[in-house]
Design a protein around this ligand. Structure first.
Ligand code: PMP
Length: 417
C-alpha cells in the first residue's frame, strides 16, 4: 500500500522534499507530518479536494473539524470578499466583532462574556490564565490523552510536557474516583480543571456524563474553575456538548469552524471571571478581531450553522457511525468507529472504548493501512483515521464511505482483529 501511495504522489513527494530543506518536518503542523510524506492538496470545492498529483477526493477530514462549511460556502465567501473590499487591517473595532460575540453568548449556556483569539490554543491559554488570576492559585488539572492545542498536548504515559507554561496535575480520563480524589488532594492549589467533553485527537472517546458531572461538583466544592474545551465538540448542538449534557462549566473555549474556516479561537464564561479583562488582566493580539474572521464568523454562526442545522448534522453523524459499525460487525471484525455525532475515529479493538490508550504496533500499522487504502479509494481522512463531517457531505457520499470501509474489511480481513 505504501509503494502504491509513493508511486501515485510524485509531486507531493517532491514538494515535501523541497520543504524539508527549509522547514523542520517539511511543514508547520505536526498533524500533517506523517510518512512516507503528506499528500499536498491544490484546491477544494464543497466537500471535494484535488491533490497536486491529479487525484480527487471526498474530504472527510474536514480540516480536523474546522472545515464544517466545506471549501466554498457562497455566503462565507461573500462575507469574506465584502470584508476584503472594505480594507483588511483597520486597527479598530468593528460591528461584526460585537455581533459574533452576541451570537456566541446567546448560544452557549456557560458563556456570559467572550473574547476572541487567533486559535484554540490561545483560547485555552487565556482561559487558564483567567482561572489562575481569578482563584489566585497556580495549578491546572488536565487529563492524559487530552489535547488542548500546540504546546498543550498530554501524553498517555509520561508526565506533563516541559513545554507547558503552567504546573499541571495529570489525571486519567473517565476515571471519576481518581480525578475527584486528586481535585480534593490539591484543593488549595488548584485553579482549574480543563477537559474535552469528548477526546478529539485522543481518538473520539466521549466522556461519561457522570464523569463530567463529578468534575463539575468537585471543582465547585474546592473553589476551582471547570473549563470545557469545546474547540472540537461545540458542533454537537447549538450550544455545544454542555447544552446537550446539561452541565455548565465556568469557562468554555471555542475554535475551529466558528469563524467559517478563517483562523479563530475564543474563551468565555462566567461574567465575574471574564470581567477580569475589563482593565485588570491584559489580553492583546493584533489579529484577535481580524476583519476576515469576524465577518465570516458572523454569517457562519448567525445564518448558516443554526442550532437546527447543528442538530441535523449530529443526527447524520450518528446514522453514519451506526451504518459503519453495522457493516463492520457483519464483516465479523472488532474494527469499529468511536465518537459521537459528526465526529468518528476508526478503532482496531473491540467497542466500547472508555479510556484513551497507547496503540499497539499492530494498531499503528492498521491505522496507516486504513489511511492509505482510503486515500487510494479517493477518500481523504485525518491520518489517525478521524472523520469530521462537513455540511456539504451528501447521503451518497456517506453511502460511498460506508461501502469503501466495507471493502477494506473484506480486502484486509485477515489482518483485522
Ligand atoms: N482544543 C482541542 C480540543 C483541539 O482539538 C484543538 C485543535 N485540534 C485545539 C484545542 C487547538 O486549536 P488550534 O489548532 O486552533 O490552536
Amino acid at each position: 500500500a505504501r509503494e502504491r501511495y509513493v508511486a501515485a504522489h510524485p509531486r507531493s513527494r517532491a514538494l515535501h522534499e523541497a520543504a524539508r530543506q527549509v522547514m523542520p518536518g517539511g511543514n508547520t503542523r505536526s498533524v500533517l507530518s506523517y510518512g512516507p510524506f503528506p499528500i499536498a492538496m491544490e484546491r477544494g470545492e464543497d466537500c471535494r479536494l484535488w491533490d497536486v498529483d491529479g487525484h480527487g477526493y471526498l474530504d472527510l477530514c474536514g480540516e480536523y473539524t474546522a472545515g464544517l462549511f466545506g471549501h466554498s460556502e457562497p455566503r462565507i465567501h461573500a462575507a469574506v470578499q465584502a470584508a476584503m473590499a472594505r480594507g483588511l487591517n483597520l486597527a479598530a473595532v468593528g460591528a461584526a466583532e460585537g455581533e459574533l460575540a452576541s451570537l456566541l453568548c446567546a448560544r452557549f449556556p456557560s458563556i456570559d462574556l467572550v473574547r476572541f483569539t487567533n486559535s484554540g490554543t490561545e483560547g485555552n491559554l487565556m482561559a487558564l490564565t483567567a482561572a489562575r488570576a481569578f482563584t489566585g492559585r497556580d495549578m491546572i488539572m488536565a487529563f492524559r490523552g487530552g489535547y488542548h492545542g500546540g504546546v498543550l498536548l498530554f501524553s498517555l504515559n509520561g508526565p506533563a510536557p516541559v513545554t507547558v507554561p503552567f504546573p499541571f496535575l495529570m489525571a486519567d480520563y473517565n476515571d471519576t474516583a481518581g480525578a475527584v480524589a486528586a481535585i480534593r488532594a490539591h484543593a488549595d492549589r488548584l485553579a482549574a480543571v480543563i477537559v474535552e467533553p469528548m477526546l478529539g485527537s485522543g481518538g473520539c472517546i466521549p466522556a461519561r456524563p457522570d464523569f463530567l458531572a463529578a468534575l463539575r461538583e468537585a471543582t465547585r466544592e474546592v473553589g476551582a474553575l471547570l473549563v470545557f474545551d469545546e474547540v472540537m465538540t461545540s458542533r454537537m448542538s447549538g450550544g455545544g456538548m454542555q447544552e446537550q449534557l446539561g452541565i455548565t462549566p465556568d469557562l468554555t473555549t471555542l475554535g475551529k469552524y466558528v469563524a467559517g474556516g478563517m483562523s479563530f479561537g475564543a474563551f468565555g464564561g462566567r461574567a465575574e471571571v471574564m470581567a477580569l479583562f475589563d482593565g485588570r488582566l491584559p489580553h492583546a493580539g493584533t489579529f484577535n478581531n481580524n476583519v476576515l474572521s469576524m465577518a465570516a464568523g458572523r454569517v457562519a454562526m448567525g445564518a448558516i450553522f443554526t442550532p437546527e442545522v447543528a442538530q441535523a448534522l449530529f443526527g447524520r453523524g450518528e446514522a453514519m457511525r451506526a451504518a459503519l459499525n453495522e457493516t463492520l460487525a457483519r464483516a465479523g471484525t472488532a474494527m469499529h468507529f468511536s465518537g459521537i455525532g459528526s465526529m468518528a475515529t476508526v478503532q482496531f479493538r473491540p467497542a466500547p472504548i472508555e479510556r484513551p490508550f497507547v496503540q499497539t504496533e499492530r494498531e499503528e500499522a492498521l491505522r496507516e493501512l486504513f489511511f492509505l487504502d482510503m486515500a487510494a479509494a479517493g477518500i481523504y481522512m485525518a491520518r489517525r483515521g478521524m472523520a469530521a463531517l462537513s455540511l456539504p457531505v451528501a447521503e451518497a457520499d456517506l453511502d460511498r464511505f460506508v461501502a469503501t470501509v466495507g471493502e477494506f474489511a473484506q480486502a484486509r480481513g485477515a489482518l483485522l482483529p
